[in-house]
Design a protein. Sequence first.
Length: 328
Amino acid sequence: MNSNCRLNKLTRAATQSSMHIIRDIQFVQPEDRGASVAIGNFDGVHLGHQSVIELARKAAPEAPLGVLTFEPHPREYFAPDTPPFRLMRGNARAHRLEKLGVEKLYELPFNAALAGLSPMEFARNVICDGLGLSHVVVGADFCFGKGRSGTAQDLVKFGRDMGFDVTIAPLMERSENVVSSTAIRTALSDGRPRDAAAMLGHWHRIEGEVIGGEQRGRELGFPTANMSIEGLHPPKFGVYAVLVDVLDGPHKGSYHGAASIGVRPMFNGQVPNIETFLFDFSGDLYGATLSVGLIDFLRPEMTFDGLESLITQMDADCEQARGVLTAL
């Protein structure tokens, strides 16, 4: 029996208002040990993920609530040339987890050393000795260790031997379908953001920094905030009604808007991005971080006979988006 894992569980600080992110098991502070933790990639932080986190909360309510995840996503590490698949970047995942009350985010670098650990080594070196976790919760389909050779049942055995508790969460189903990141990606690819939201438990959001563009929207009377979607699973290209949160800067706040996702075929674009027009807004958003929630898909990307036709359509898009958002 390894006594290192028989730790006194820490009482949550009532005044704690922000989540602490730990990225190196070599420098784990005493106050970061003893947590009750949900383990997984948590791409999207969907309802299934939220149920696992809630189990971790209920399993040890006196312990800090934590999440153990990895960056980059293991799939990105093992198959870097596959098409983008992630629903959210690491920063957006952290923001979402903090909203759920997660106090400790163990975001470990997924590298050759971690990938090479056997299931037993992962349990001992990471869960037990490295992080000193008191309780872990995993999904029924959880696999871990070199070659994904360890199962959730294996983790139960290791926990029994090493001194940490394990709960296996059942897979969540909704309308006869398992809630999964794959199903959410499919809904987004089909232009069904509300179906994606039903599985996520929140609107699907694209978060990122506003970057410089060609200012073509400004010339047309629709100045847009441009953001990269590099590395993210691309939703169906087209125009959406959106809810926009400006997360920092002088214009911090929430707004309604319309966004175009795609390659801008009217202007021979090549690299897909998202361009968001905020209603009733005036100001400079360059460098600010935006979180753009997709509400309804309005129409696919189109080409037009000329700029007048494009402007007419953009007016119609904005009017339709306003109607959708007012009805929320």
